[in-house]
Design a protein around this ligand. Structure first.
Ligand SMILES: Cc1cc2nc3c(=O)[nH]c(=O)nc-3n(C[C@H](O)[C@H](O)[C@H](O)COP(=O)(O)O)c2cc1C
Length: 211
């Protein structure tokens, strides 16, 4: 088993997948659980993750994704979709869940409820959806790390027509909109990108120390 830094050096945004190599059920479950356990602001998890299995949907998504082959060729393709209807119902549901899981009356969380709702009410629906999408990106990062640690290849993707993705998946009626997507699977033996050196700014430039 590689250590974390070795795993992060091993991973790369895979451009060409081996379509014959599929994740096991256990591997997929590990990645999905990593996504579910990712932290979110207030713990609200204001997004959903769509596991797109249907080949015809993946073909249509590829067309809306500038023809990028990982969309159809990777073992699995996931779309992270931000909620577009954040409001009192979302907060009620979350507080109800918290109370049930922690075995406490809903009233215990009245102040927390007020705080979350106040924060949402202060923003426009567009700002709330953008905020929801930011939470999805944190979960995407958690997935990418989990994948690398398990030697599963992944490609984070925002190179697609958002409206196209929303239309193919019928997200509007689910009060969702695409935030970001990820292909997961196993690299093709001839993916040239696997050989490229990582390009990252040096530490001295990247980190700003304030003493
Ligand atoms: C949010 C996000 C969106 C990205 N979108 C795409 C994409 O649509 N297609 C693609 O081939 N790579 C995409 N990438 C991969 C980046 O180009 C890649 O991560 C970056 O060049 C660093 O290289 P590495 O991941 O191989 O280390 C995306 C990466 C991130 C984090």
């Amino acid at each position: 088993m590689k250590n974390l830094i070795e795993s992060l050096n091993w991973r790369y945004a895979t451009k060409k997948y081996d379509p014959a190599k599929k994740l096991t059920g256990e591997q997929l479950a590990t990645l999905l659980e990593a996504v579910r356990l990712a932290p979110t602001s207030f713990g609200l998890q204001p997004f959903r993750v769509i596991i797109v299995d249907a080949p015809d949907l993946r073909t249509k998504l590829r067309a809306a994704g500038y023809g990028q082959s990982p969309i159809t060729d990777a073992s699995h393709f996931l779309v992270f979709a931000a909620k577009t209807d954040l409001g009192i119902k979302t907060v009620d549901e979350f507080i109800g869940l918290t109370a049930a899981v922690r075995n406490q009356p809903n009233d215990t969380f009245n102040e927390y409820h007020k705080m979350i709702l106040g924060s949402i009410a202060n923003n426009s629906p567009e700002q709330n959806t953008a905020w929801a999408a930011r939470q999805a990106y944190i979960a995407l990062g958690t997935l990418l790390t989990a994948a690398a640690m398990n030697e599963i290849d992944a490609t984070p993707m925002e190179g697609f027509d958002r409206k196209g993705f929303d239309d193919v998946l019928g997200l509007e009626k689910l009060n969702l909109t695409t935030a970001v997507a990820v292909a997961v699977g196993f690299r093709a033996a001839d993916d040239e990108y696997a050989k490229l050196k990582k390009v990252r700014f040096p530490k001295e430039k990247f980190f700003i120390e304030m003493k």
